[in-house]
Design a protein around this ligand. Structure first.
Ligand SMILES: CC(C)(COP(=O)(O)OP(=O)(O)OC[C@H]1O[C@@H](n2cnc3c(N)ncnc32)[C@H](O)[C@@H]1OP(=O)(O)O)[C@@H](O)C(=O)NCCC(=O)NCCS
Length: 240
């Protein structure tokens, strides 16, 4: 039997054995909650969100946020309702995961992280505290994105990648000045096993090759060859 606090608002019957839903939590209609899930106080699980077995959602987290189509934004949001979070994941306090996100198993989503619609995340990753994953970011498996890093819209990140704290990535050299023009959006790519040092910056369209190292504070203006180390501003290869 699940345990549901009397003050929780729960609009689904699809709740697995041993799941607990704490005070003032909200679970929307059509949500599917696995077995052994722990939903802490004030967490909001939106309609049609699917949580796998053993997931833990810390206080104040919001899963299934709809993007807002207000006039100030460059692109009208497109998304499907709901999201899927695989078994064994932990979602930190006040983290926000938008609709139409698919997250595999055993991922750690840190406090205050923000994951936009269309993101796809594999298994065993860390998305650190206050990391921002913009729209349509894909991350492979066992990758670590550390605190306050920003992955820009459309990025592709491979397996076993390390993105250090405060890394910034960008996808538009027009600074959004011409509105949202798909052809001008050039997200960077980070291949398997690459490591990006703290505070480094990846400019639009660059590809960081497999097992490459980008030094702390570097500004990467052009592609980094596999197994190469680059340092400085602008980043240049050095002997390894
Ligand atoms: C790339 C890196 C691994 C190189 O480390 P290293 O091989 O020990 O390098 P060294 O400290 O021996 O320095 C070698 C030279 O490169 C320079 N250098 C080192 N790191 C640099 C950097 N990030 N930017 C510019 N120059 C750098 C050093 O000043 C030194 O120059 P010198 O020979 O003229 O004195 C390291 O600089 C780095 O950026 N680490 C990232 C750390 C990080 O973000 N970790 C994340 C988890 S906490």
């Amino acid at each position: 039997m699940p345990s549901i606090h009397p003050s929780a608002s729960v609009e689904t019957d699809s709740i697995g054995e041993g799941t607990s839903i704490a005070a003032f939590a909200v679970v929307g209609a059509g949500a599917s909650i696995g077995a052994g899930v722990t939903i802490h106080p004030h967490a909001v699980i939106g309609p049609q969100v699917r949580l796998g077995d053993g997931v833990e959602v810390l206080p104040g987290a919001y899963l299934g946020r709809e993007p807002r189509a207000v006039g100030a934004i460059a692109r009208q949001p497109t998304f499907r309702p709901g999201l899927a979070l695989g078994p064994g994941c932990s979602v930190g306090a006040n983290a926000v995961v938008y609709c139409d996100v698919e997250i595999g198993s055993d991922n750690l989503i840190g406090d205050g992280a923000s994951i936009r619609e269309l993101c796809r995340i594999g298994d065993g990753n860390v998305v650190g505290r206050e990391v921002t994953l913009d729209r349509d970011v894909a991350i492979g498996n066992r990758t670590r994105v550390m605190d306050k890093a920003h992955l820009t819209g459309g990025m592709r990140v491979g397996d076993d990648v390390f993105v250090a704290a405060m890394v910034v990535t960008t996808n538009d050299n027009s600074f959004g000045g011409r509105g949202y023009v798909d052809e001008e959006i050039r997200p960077p790519t980070i291949e398997d096993g690459a490591m990006i040092g703290g505070g480094a910056s990846l400019l639009p369209g660059v590809r960081v090759g497999r097992a490459a190292i980008v030094g702390s504070g570097a500004v990467v203006t052009s592609d980094v060859e596999p197994e190469t180390t680059v340092l400085g501003v602008p980043a240049r290869p050095v002997a390894r």
